[in-house]
Design a protein around this ligand. Structure first.
Ligand code: ADP
Length: 233
């Protein structure tokens, strides 16, 4: 095959992927990169998983979500920024119950659909609401925080600071979570400033234990998970 034939073939393939994505999600070609990784995100993708554009960027890859859930076996977990349900589903498989909160009703609908695909929807309390406002009324053994990182732009900084997290800075989110339980899991960008994360643990009263896990998918580091606890979670 000549180089120009190869290039034509490659561009036909790319166009094919883009139109499939458009058909499947009515979304832009920006998500091509994520769609290619769809089975990393949801192994049951073909069985009716649905995502919106933001969901493609922010859902936790399944292998990572499985590992995080294993640490919470048998507990009551609050998934505070549940998005399209990547973590919620894995928590529901091994935890005693899950409260899944998202401020966006579309996300909650998608998460419910996706939990049904995995046959775990009946083990989840889905809540449409603002985690910050709901916090005083929440009870659970573990709080899982996977707050907005600010979209794919988080990669553009050398050191990601906790005050870049949304809808509040990481210190405030952590403090709110602590009013529920000291067992807190934070899912953070791979370039997060680890000194700041450690500060969260030792500035707590009493100081919390902290375990940092680097999360890899397909040999690439994708994120960091911080497990805080007064004992081992
Ligand atoms: P990222 O920046 O990592 O792509 P997103 O912007 O997708 O993250 O945010 C993650 C999820 O958090 C979204 O589903 C969004 O609707 C949800 N979310 C944002 N603010 C709140 C809030 N105050 N309470 C609950 N969920 C929220």
């Amino acid at each position: 095959m000549t180089r120009s034939m190869k290039l034509k073939k490659r561009s036909r393939l790319k166009k094919g992927i883009k139109s499939t994505i458009k058909k499947e999600n009515g979304s832009s070609h920006k998500i091509t990169k994520y769609w290619i990784q769809r089975y990393h995100l949801f192994s049951r993708y073909d069985q009716g998983i649905e995502l919106d554009e933001e969901g493609w960027y922010s859902v936790t890859p399944e292998v990572i979500a499985i590992k995080q859930a294993q640490r919470c076996r048998g507990k009551v977990v609050i998934d505070c920024f549940s998005g399209v349900g990547g973590n919620t589903i894995q928590f529901a498989k091994v935890c005693s119950s899950v409260v899944a909160i998202d401020i966006d009703p579309v996300k909650v609908e998608l998460a419910m659909n996706n939990a049904m695909v995995y046959g775990v929807a009946n083990r989840v309390d889905f809540v449409i609401g603002d985690f910050i406002q709901l916090a005083p009324s929440l009870k659970g053994d573990v709080v899982f925080l996977s707050p907005p990182w600010g979209g794919p732009m988080y990669r553009d900084v050398e050191s990601y600071k906790l005050d870049m997290l949304q809808p509040r800075d990481g210190y405030s989110l952590f403090q709110i979570a602590q009013s529920i339980t000291p067992n807190i899991i934070m899912f953070l960008p791979r370039n997060v400033d680890l000194a700041q994360v450690e500060e969260l643990a030792w500035l707590s009263s009493p100081p919390l234990t902290l375990e940092i896990e680097e999360n890899f998918v397909g040999g690439r580091m994708k994120a960091v998970t911080a497990y805080f606890s007064c004992n081992a979670v």
